[in-house]
Design a protein around this ligand. Structure first.
Ligand SMILES: *Cc1c(COP(=O)(O)O)cnc(C)c1O
Length: 389
């Protein structure tokens, strides 16, 4: 399959048909698998014959999901997890031990910051948070015990782009692993392994499902000790992807490329409209030619992605006015859905951090984030125009 184009892989890769030769991917809702005899059971438990044993380890529907995502990312190995956060936890537990050091972008998903800053720190793993856009800061943060570099690009909500190849070079020199959270672009728009990342992390909850239905996640990389350790953690600790969720996401991946390209196109149109609007003071979208990181974004990504953030003058009050005037766009924290969503980061996703940290991260009170779905752009602009007065 590997020689096929992305659109083909999205609908075809990973299919494993049963003896019934069903056309659609089958859903295997079973916790365990039956053996022919005691000798086969013994062989399966030692991993000797590669067959299925128990769905905490592997399951045929989950394997189809893993194989399809691996094909899309151009990765040799994929381990599916129950959620994006459990993919990040599994990676950390697989690669790190007490006394190790992590360098993480300060502009990653909020729960990722919590995981490193407040949970893994209790187990003797120290994390330095650095700017996603300043590669020198990553180099300066390297210590002899640095084992993992973690970045998310583009960042959310500001769409800042990290130079994956440059950070990969820092990781390589330090003898550390670079993991890139690719949830916002998906392999339809960006394939971090091609730029030197060692591991790719996904929250499949977002664009891979694409329709806001289930939680899921994955870790991908080359076959070898790192991916073996991720699988070993998953198999032992158990944050496995449920076969039902895998099946839902498999169907989502069939339309991944179509959705990502269309949603990005609409996001760009919306960003241009916002840029020209007199009430909007700033638009954050890496697909706009006026964006200072446009060249880097276009080197790494096929398009700007589906998330557009913008600032209105008048602070929190003006931002809330825009949000409260919408009738179509959903006021919800999730993203990656075909239904457009709107949020006020300063009082929701970034509400628990100090005002100083928020200011440092560029999350102003007047900032509004829209995760653009598949509605017509005219309807989205009409919905936003109502509050931009
Ligand atoms: C949502 C998200 C996560 C966490 O994923 P869950 O599936 O909600 O656990 C991690 N990284 C990014 C970039 C996300 O958007």
């Amino acid at each position: 399959m590997a020689k096929h184009k992305l659109s083909t892989l999205g609908v075809r890769a990973g299919i494993a048909r049963s003896q019934f030769n069903e056309h659609a991917e089958a859903l295997y809702l079973t916790s365990s698998f039956v053996f022919e005899n005691a000798a086969q059971a013994a062989a399966r438990f030692t991993g000797g014959d590669g067959g299925f044993v128990y769905s905490r380890f592997t399951n045929p529907t989950v394997s189809m999901f893993q194989d399809r995502l691996a094909a899309l990312e151009g990765a040799e190995a994929c381990v599916a997890t129950a959620s994006g956060m459990s993919a990040i936890l599994a990676t950390s537990m697989a690669l790190l031990k007490a006394g190790d050091h992590v360098i993480c972008s300060h502009a990653v998903f909020g729960a990722t910051v919590q995981l490193y800053a407040t949970i893994l720190s209790r187990f003797g793993i120290e994390t330095t948070f650095v700017s996603p856009t300043t590669t020198e800061a990553w180099q300066r943060a390297v210590r002899p015990n640095t084992k993992l570099l973690f970045v998310e690009t583009p960042s959310n909500p500001l769409g800042e782009i990290s130079d994956i190849a440059a950070i990969a070079a820092v990781a390589k020199k330090a003898g550390a692993v670079l993991a890139v959270d690719n949830a916002l672009c998906t392999p339809a728009l960006q394939r971090p392994l091609e730029f030197g990342a060692d591991l790719v992390i996904h929250s499949a909850t977002k664009y891979l499902d694409g329709q806001g239905r289930v939680l899921g996640g994955a870790v991908l990389g080359a076959k070898g000790p790192a991916m073996d350790a991720v699988f070993s953690f998953l198999r032992t600790a158990g944050p496995a992807l449920s076969p039902f969720n895998a099946w839902v996401i498999l169907k989502g991946m069939e339309t991944l490329e179509l959705r990502m390209l269309t949603q990005s196109e609409r996001a760009l149109e919306l960003a241009r409209w916002l840029e020209a609007h007199p009430k909007v003071t700033k638009v954050h979208y890496p697909g706009l030619a006026s964006n200072p990181q446009y060249a880097l974004a276009m080197r790494q990504q096929r398009s700007g992605g589906a998330i557009v953030s913008f600032e209105v003058s008048g602070g929190r009050e003006a931002a809330w006015q825009v949000i409260d005037a919408t009738k179509l766009i959903s006021i919800t924290g999730n993203l990656g859905d075909v239904k457009s969503t709107i949020t006020h980061p300063a009082t929701t996703t970034h509400g628990r951090i100090t005002p100083e940290a928020r200011a440092a991260a560029g999350i102003t009170d007047g900032l509004v984030r829209v995760a653009v779905g598949l509605e017509a752009v005219e309807d989205l602009t009409a919905d936003l125009a109502r509050g931009l007065v």
